[in-house]
Design a protein around this ligand. Structure first.
Ligand code: FAD
Length: 173
């Protein structure tokens, strides 16, 4: 990803040069394992710090949603990079019960602004969960369409509000 600027000094993101690489998207759900002494926030912080660094190097973007003992993550970028990252993630003992919901070639990114955005499910998300037929955050039962609806709806909150008290976005910028 490259950064650009205009004559007013405003910085903006240029489109990824994705076309020649073969874009892929992978969505999975998993179960959080015992986060240990530091608790879940510390575990998620460590995952995000590593993800943002690694994903930036690999031109991979996405979102990680956490809540009620579950993860739901979307990774997208050059196909080989997405698969290489997922191969590491799948083996990570900080979670288990990994269920792949979607995996394959795509024409464009849904999440191009963040190497890894992050959203914690909160009570106010009940309406969004209901929209995809969930009463609790149990993303492993979702099909691809519902998972993408949920992820893009949650992701849109970050676009609108940025670092609101409700949602924290970890930006690639
Ligand atoms: P290092 O950071 O050097 O890690 C070496 C080994 O130690 C790895 O096996 C790693 O799994 C393990 N490890 C490191 N820190 C911890 C810790 N605090 N607790 C337990 N084991 C640890 N990585 C990405 O690059 N991109 C992602 O988008 C991404 N998303 C993730 C989402 C989830 C839900 C989880 C659980 C992990 C995610 N990771 C992601 C982390 C990934 O599983 C690997 O830990 C990481 O990619 C390894 O990076 P590294 O090769 O630089 O090795």
């Amino acid at each position: 990803m490259r950064k650009g600027g205009d004559s007013l000094g405003l910085e903006f993101m240029l489109e990824f040069d994705d076309a020649p690489k073969g874009l892929a998207r992978l969505v999975y759900a998993s179960r959080v394992r015992d986060p240990g002494r530091g608790g879940l926030p510390e575990m998620v912080r460590a995952i995000l710090l590593k993800s943002i660094h690694n994903n930036r190097m690999a031109a991979v973007t996405g979102i990680l949603v956490v809540g009620e003992g579950r993860f739901l993550q979307l990774l997208e970028g050059p196909a080989g990079e997405v698969e290489a990252i997922f191969a590491r993630v799948e083996r990570d003992d900080r979670h288990d019960e990994v269920v792949v919901i979607a995996r394959g070639a795509v024409e464009r990114r849904l999440f191009r602004d963040w190497n890894m955005a992050q959203h914690h499910i909160v009570a106010a998300d009940r309406g969004v969960l209901a929209k995809v037929g969930l009463t609790d955050f149990t993303p492993d039962v979702l099909d691809e369409t519902s998972a993408l609806t949920l992820l893009t709806t949650l992701g849109a909150q970050h676009l609108r509000w940025g670092k609101s008290p409700k949602a924290e976005a970890w930006s690639a910028r």
